[in-house]
Structures are given as C-alpha cells and as structure tokens.
Design a protein around this ligand. Structure first.
Ligand SMILES: [Zn+2]
Length: 299
C-alpha cells in the first residue's frame, strides 16, 4: 500500500524502480513474456497473460501490457533493456484485464493505442468495473487507456523494415478479438483466440470462437504465441484441444437443451470429460457452459 501511494505521487520514480519482466526472443526481434498459470484473484494475477513486443528498424510495437500498471512498467523496463527505439504502437488483442491494464505504463511514449473496432466501446463499458475490482492494479480510472486507433477488419502497421498485419474477428473469445501476424518471421500472435494448457475462458460466442478457429487453421505460421501457455510451432496441433473442448460444450449443451434440462444441470455435467485435459478447469468450465447454454437455448 505504501508503494502504491508512492507510485501515485511520483510515477516517474516508481517506473524507474520496476524490475524488467523476463522475456524470451522467440523469433528475430519478437520478445515474449509468458504469463503464469494462476486464477484471477491469486497473488500474481496481474501477470497471467502472454505479453511482449516486436522491434522494427524504426520503432517498437507492444502486444498486450499485462494485468496491472505495475506489470506494464516492468514490460517497459524490458523494452528499454533491449532497445532504445521508441514505442510507436501499443496493441491490445482484446478487452480482458490481464491484457490491457498495463497500457498506462506506455502513455509517456505517446504511441498509437490500437485495437479492434469493438475494443474502445468494450473498455468504456468495463472502465468502472476494472477500477472497482482491481484497485491494486490500477490507481485511477484515467489509467485505463483504451484504443485511439480502431481496426475494423485488417490493418498493417509499419515498424521500419517489418510490417505487422492486424486482423479483427467477429465475436469469439470476446467481442474484441484481434490477431497480430509478423510476416517476415512467420509469427502469429493470437491473443486469447488460442489457449494452450489453461482452460479456455469464454466471454463471447462459442460458435463464433469455433468459426475463428477455422479461420486461424487456414494460416500456416512458423511460430504461434497464444494468449496463455507456451509458444508453439504447430498451429493445427495447438488448436485441436481447444476446438475439441468448445465442440464438447456445444454438443453437450445442445443435448441438455433437447432433453429439457435446466441450465443448472448443464453447468454440473457438460464438459466434465475434458477436466483432466486442462489446467484450472474448475475455475472456468461451469461459467463457460452457462454462456454456451444462453447462446444456444433459442437456436
Ligand atoms: Zn481473455
């Protein structure tokens, strides 16, 4: 708490004392910090998502900023340790706290904040919730920084000598999902359209997510950075368990609805065959099932 007050009073000195976040250069000039596998209210919950940065000849693009201003500052320190080039873009793959609450740490760089066209409204709708539920991770509402650059379908960003291709998706994991492709090294950064190891958390549309998986499966990157879990070199293999899990939920819920079962029965039963396949399964499965039930009950 003392540190939080000190940070609020003297942002600069607080930023200077942040220890750099550990990052790995997974492809030339692409640095990834792999988040921990923790539940959303555990100590360290502000460092559970994969976040990182891409270095061009002219400037740096950050991809997701972590679950607190503190984590964002630690990522900024990592960038400083690797390059003196300026940060020109901060890209958010979707609205979830573990990917966006570090944005304020990059305000002084005056980058373009880039997200899908749905991200801005989604952040505005969540602003109050974020401040009330994550008081240790953001100090003020003003520290919740939404995008000023919206991507409706696709967009290219030039970092000097390398180009990022952004692609926004219809409602899937959330309503604001966007992927980043680093073409010169063949690296796809999926955000939470891909979970590896950690149980997928649905906050959008199961049918939309399965459609997004079909779209991703048409691409053939050499490197895949998921939203959670280790970097992969085999996108098809990485997508398979997630597709199986979501199909299990859709098929299971359809059967419960056809049998006239209420939502409580569905959340108790559906998906249990997947339990051994996923980390933190019990923290998300019942909620996922309830969303799938609401999505499918009128189809
Ligand atoms: Zn997410």
């Amino acid at each position: 708490m003392v540190r939080r007050v000190a940070c609020a009073l003297a942002l600069a000195s607080c930023a200077a004392t942040a220890a750099p976040l550990k990052v790995d250069e997974v492809a030339r000039g692409v640095f990834v910090h792999q988040g921990a596998t923790l539940v959303l209210d555990a100590p360290g919950h502000d460092d559970i998502a994969n976040i990182g940065f891409v270095v061009g000849q002219r400037c740096v693009a950050v991809i997701d900023t972590g679950g607190s201003v503190r984590t964002g500052r630690a990522l900024r320190e990592s960038i400083s340790a690797h390059t003196k080039l300026p940060v020109c873009y901060v890209i958010n793959t979707h609205v979830h706290v573990d990917h966006v609450l570090g944005n304020a740490a990059f305000k002084d760089d005056k980058p373009a904040f880039v997200g899908s066209a749905a991200l801005g409204p989604a952040i505005e709708a969540s602003r109050r919730y974020f401040v009330e539920h994550y008081p240790d991770d953001v100090e003020t509402s003003a520290q919740i920084v939404g995008p000023d650059t919206a991507v409706a379908t696709t967009r290219e960003l030039d970092l000097g000598g390398r180009t990022l291709t952004l692609r926004a998706f219809p409602k899937a994991h959330t309503d604001s999902d966007m992927t980043v492709f680093v073409g010169d090294v063949g690296l796809l950064w999926t955000g939470d359209l891909l979970f590896i190891g950690r149980v997928p958390a649905l906050d959008g549309s199961a049918k939309g997510w399965l459609a997004a998986i079909d779209e991703l499966a048409k691409t053939h990157p050499k490197f895949v950075v998921p939203g959670h879990g280790p970097v992969s070199h085999d996108l098809a293999a990485a997508l398979a368990p997630e597709r199986r899990y979501l199909e299990t939920l859709v098929e299971g819920v359809r059967k419960e609805i056809a049998d006239g079962k209420p939502i409580e029965d569905a959340t108790a039963h559906v998906g249990q065959s997947e339990k051994a396949n996923w980390q933190l399964f019990d923290t998300a499965n019942a909620h996922n099932v309830s969303l799938v039930y609401r999505e499918l009950e009128w189809e």
